[in-house]
Design a binder for this molecule. Sequence first.
Ligand code: PMP
Length: 419
Amino acid sequence: PTITDMSVFEQHESEVRSYCRNWPTVFEQARGSWLTDVHGDRYLDFFAGAGALNYGHNNPVLKQALLEYLVDDGIVHGLDMATVAKARFIETFRDNVLQPRGLDHKIQFPGPTGTNAVESALKLARKVTGRESVIGFTNAFHGMTLGSLSVTGNSMKRAGAGIPLVHATPMPFDNYLGGVVEDFTWFERVLDDSGSGLNLPAAVIVETVQGEGGVNVARPEWLRGLADLCRRHDMLLIVDDVQMGCGRTGEFFSFEEAGIVPDIITLSKSIGGYGLPLALTLIRPDLDVWTPGEHNGTFRGNNPAFVTATRALEHYWADDTFSRDIHIKGRQIEEVLTALAGRHQGLSTRGRGMVRGLVFDDATHAGKVCTRAFESGLLAETSGPSDEVVKLLPPLTISTEDLDRGLGILVDATEEVLA
Ligand code: PMP
């Protein structure tokens, strides 16, 4: 029988389900920036799999590569055995991503998803330094497993698991301390406070733009200051690029604009290219002190994901055309939202490249705008500690017409809610 309503989910799926509550329809097909539900209604996707679909749904170039691979009986599950698909991915990642940026990081495949990359980064930092704790930031999000949660600055997400925050320090924007913390005075004092018996942390983990935390953008100067502080105090710098990597901010890596080189980088979400799970932990070569099998997992070798990832890197990242296109569309989004924010008290916008937040003084308004947008055929989600930010993450491949159309829906929804 055709599935036409939400009853099967309501009856049998755990209460933990989330997105299907905000977008209560059953989706069936997707192409590019559009999804279609079982009633034939179309929705423009400004969420793109929470950043996992930078190249859109069923991208035809990637689909072709995947179909050819499967028709040819290419290996699907390969543990972490040496395969041709994996070798091609490593070579293409080296040639199109690492080498042009002067990076020589080793590539670890830590498991299928973002939190696996974060876990391995935390474990490696502890092993390399022989120290235990890791500094995380207020409003940070690094994943849902216990280690990743311990550096996630969101008490609601930690509460049920009873995970204390190992360390938290303010990011340079409004936070619960009530002000803007722009410099490292406070941070530096804590690190120098040997009298209190604080053990020097192993590492600092940071998102250059906090996605789940509400599109909080760290300034390049601040990131350079952070990298410098890490160097002076002999702590490793981990950049979690799971959501902001793979072009979201305009460059392949989100830290490129700041000109810093992290010791460890985590990537996932869009690296697989087709929405297939894949994660990488990139390790400065001299820090690669893992022993064989010390961090493993059954799904480290998602070969179809290697195939689509390779094709995406070849097609989109062989030169800087795509990057320029992202910056152009990013400005298009910025212009519309800046004009909208200019018309309303208590509304502001922030972001970089093609990640943008529309920030509401009254958090209930952000939720209402997303509901209204959904009714008009646009998928957008809230983020931030009180869900006060409408976060826009359209596919990077979206056409300017579709971008305009989606922004139009968002503007109308906002005008309606704030009227
Ligand atoms: N790090 C960041 C910055 C993220 O945004 C996310 C996912 N939202 C994760 C880690 C965890 O990734 P996953 O959900 O794939 O485990």
